[in-house]
Design a protein around this ligand. Structure first.
Ligand code: BYC
Ligand code: FE
Ligand code: FE
Length: 470
């Protein structure tokens, strides 16, 4: 097992103390990171005690250590999952070769691009969520927000370690750029679309952690298969933290659905908004928005980049190890595309369709969550259901971005889409309504009127616990 240096300025299990040059590089990046955190991290409670989990090692009893911490004093560390002895590459053109421990020269650029793209999303999400604590619906929710934020900060550290350790001067420059771009800034935006969208209310936050963090899960899982071993090991450990972000989103929306259903049942025929709840129509439109922006994060349906990443053995498929065939050669995938003004099926060499293959796994996982929420509606006697729109609806990347589709996936005209837009996607009025109900509930054990308390607290604590000492 790797040794953990918990008390170093930068906690790590990569023997940073044994590489003075790298240690100096990271220690000189640290103050810049902290300035970024002060400027762009959570805008509230930076000087308050928050009940957070901190990773202090990668084994079962060390990675989730709970205690009160002030966020700027959080121990952001560099932790890689333990190495697999004699690990061999198990997919792509380099199958059977020993895993790369250094960056192969010919793949330097594409590997750097993958790592920078992954890295950029982490601080971006913290920026998007910056002001949410002001309107937290409970102290537990506020704590969960902060937990997600500090861990996204740690994910940035994980990627910056790779850049600085393996990419020399270029890597150091990329690390600096990661602190310069800003979510939503027209002059220096974040790289991927979803990470430049505003996320200023809690319904959007739950949808973001449900759908956008879930893209993170699938991308990290594909990179955890990587033939570049340091990347694989980093992502394996990041995935353990990611599970919490996904549960914040999935249970967050579940709690809202439950509250809405209770209000509907108790007040038949009445407008849910007038009762202080979020109507199912608004919930559906927020789901439509974040789900489709998250579908974009998988890239184009037909992509030579995805073929190159796989051929280079740098990015695998979801659970590649469990598949039977690992070359992805000599196979085709059918992708519906628009040709001559209508949809038709196109056969694409599998390697060029790997973004879509990964999107398939993601869509299936999202459908599972929808079934759970709908089961809750059913249990509470509400007939309406929530749905996922077609993956062609409201796309900004790939085959479908150049055309207009309805939520069922039918081709429509741009005029039809414009006319129906506010039925299908959050309108100004929806957002104004959400802003109006986002009033802070910062007392121990209290909860906002538009949601319900979770069944469980964190770390075995009850909901009625002082998760943030304001
Ligand atoms: N927005 O060949 P294409 C997470 C660009 S989330 C803007 O179709 P490719 C997290 C693309 O870069 C996980 N641009 O796509 C979640 C390319 O640009 P160039 C993040 C986009 O390359 C919540 C062009 O369009 N991790 O961790 O096959 C909170 C054509 O690209 C978008 C990763 O993304 C977009 N949505 O696949 C915190 C993993 N999509 O080359 C954290 C690493 C594509 O023409 N990244 N473009 O300038 C990758 O594997 C790939 O870059 C992508 C895109 C899957 C993102
Ligand atoms: Fe992350
Ligand atoms: Fe996350």
């Amino acid at each position: 097992m790797s040794t953990v240096d918990r008390f170093a300025r930068i906690p790590n299990n990569v023997n940073l103390g044994g590489d003075k040059r790298l240690q100096r590089a990271l220690e000189s990046w640290l103050p810049d990171y902290l300035s970024w955190w002060q400027e762009m991290g959570p805008a509230m409670a930076q000087d308050k005690d928050v009940y957070l989990r901190t990773a202090i090692s990668v084994d079962a009893d060390g990675w989730a250590n709970f205690d009160y911490v002030k966020m700027p004093e959080y121990r952001w560390g560099i932790f890689l999952a333990d190495p697999t002895p004699d690990r061999k590459i198990h997919f792509g053109d380099h199958i059977g070769q020993p895993a790369f421990q250094e960056v192969p020269g010919e793949f330097r650029n594409i590997l750097r691009r993958i790592i920078v793209t992954q890295a950029d999303t982490e601080p971006a999400s913290v920026e998007q969520q910056r002001r949410l604590a002001f309107t937290a619906p409970s102290l537990l929710d506020m704590r969960n927000l902060f937990q997600v934020n500090v861990e996204e900060g740690r994910h940035l550290w994980a990627m910056v370690y790779l850049l600085q350790a393996y990419f020399g001067k270029d890597g150091r420059e990329e690390a600096d750029e990661l602190l310069r771009r800003r979510s939503g800034d027209p002059d220096k935006p974040r790289i991927l679309g979803a990470f430049n969208q505003p996320c200023n209310d809690w319904i959007s936050f739950y949808a973001f952690t449900m759908f956008t963090d879930r893209d993170g899960k699938y991308q990290l899982a594909s990179l955890a298969e990587s033939g570049f071993d340091p990347l694989a090991r980093t992502c394996r450990f990041m995935l353990t933290e990611e599970a919490h972000h996904l549960s914040v989103g999935e249970t967050g929306l579940m709690r809202v659905v439950r509250r809405t259903a209770e209000l509907m049942k108790a007040n038949p025929g009445k407008d849910v908004r007038s009762l202080g709840g979020v109507d199912l129509g608004t919930l559906q439109r927020i789901i439509n928005f974040w789900y489709t922006y998250s579908l974009d994060l998988f890239g184009g349906e037909i992509s030579s980049n995805s073929a190159d990443f796989f051929a280079a053995s740098l990015k695998g498929r979801y659970q590649e190890e469990r598949r039977e065939e690992h070359s992805a050669l000599g196979q085709m995938k059918v992708v519906p595309v628009v040709e001559g003004g209508r949809l038709s099926n196109k056969e694409v060499p599998l390697r060029n369709a790997l973004n879509e293959v990964l999107r398939d796994d993601y869509v299936e996982d999202c459908e599972r969550a929808l079934r759970r929420w709908n089961h809750e509606l059913e249990k509470l006697g509400v007939e309406e259901r929530l749905t996922l729109p077609s993956r062609r609806f409201h796309r900004h990347q790939g085959e479908y971005s150049r055309h207009s589709f309805d939520p069922q996936g039918n081709l429509i005209t741009a005029e039809e889409l414009a006319a129906k837009r506010d039925q299908w996607l959050p309108s100004e009025a929806d957002m104004a309504f959400l802003r109006s109900i986002m009033v802070p509930v910062h007392q121990v054990g209290k909860i906002a009127s538009w949601t319900s308390a979770p069944a469980r607290g964190v770390d075995g604590k009850p909901f009625e616990f002082e998760y943030v000492r304001l």
